[in-house]
Design a protein around this ligand. Sequence first.
Ligand code: F6R
Length: 299
Amino acid sequence: MEGVQRRSAERAGPDNCVSRLSALFFVFIRVHSWLTPGVEVIIQPNKEAAASLVARIVGHDLRANPHLVLGLATGATMERVYRHLVRMHKEEKLDFSLCSTFNLDEYVGLFPSDPNSYRHYMDHHLFNQVNIEPRNTHLPNGLANDLDAECRNYEALMQRFGGIDLQLLGIGKAGHIGFNEPLSALRSRTRVKALTPTTIKQNAPMFGGEDKMPRRAITMGVGTIIEARRCILLATGDSKAEVIAQAVEGPITSMVTATALQLHARCTVIVDEEAGAKLKEKEYYRWIFENEPEWESYR
Ligand code: F6R
């Protein structure tokens, strides 16, 4: 009898309380992870289908929330996405009039009118062709006298707009997102970053040679990017196959800053067959797109 009383006293003691709390915590983590899918990979047959899927997700979110705050990327891969968005604006009346945008990055030292500036890229590929309010489009100012203050102000402005709802991302050949080159801290904020030789080589053709290319850029930090409510990374072509396999299935490392997206609660990586060629779990990813209800309306 005494033994029974002691055992029930033990059950009600601090150890029992700790185990109940940890069980509750476990349930919370499970429920949270059901609601937030983490990283999902979607493989599409070709570049066009992959870009169209990204544009349709943007269109869906913009229709659901006309005040959407969109994070935007530049680069060759994104041009197709913007072509689809422009078409959706013209043919399907996709309305950009209330949304706001923040771009990931801008070169230091280029005027907005410079054909290689990211402001020029965005105006040309998207802003001038849809009904977005120019004052709602934001890029870091790479000509600011005080670049550090510009970076702090850019962060503060994003906060004032309530943060990024949907962030579009490309990926560099060395695994950068934005211009977060290898060894960028995974908690980094918007700042000036020196470009690596790989990035300079990748982007030099647009400038007509490596010697004409800026060596620095302002970029949102990795920490800034992963605060977006949802991220979509688009990669196409065989030149991205190796880095996509590292980014999605490799260990998290600041040497490949895209690996930080593995920590994100809701990141969708969309690839074509070529960029997805080196992924180990291809069959699983295909199954997700073919069967999960979330993707039904996109199939
Ligand atoms: C550009 C940016 C970069 C590019 C990446 C891929 O704003 O943030 O991270 O997305 O370098 O560029 P492309 O698509 O030209 O291969």
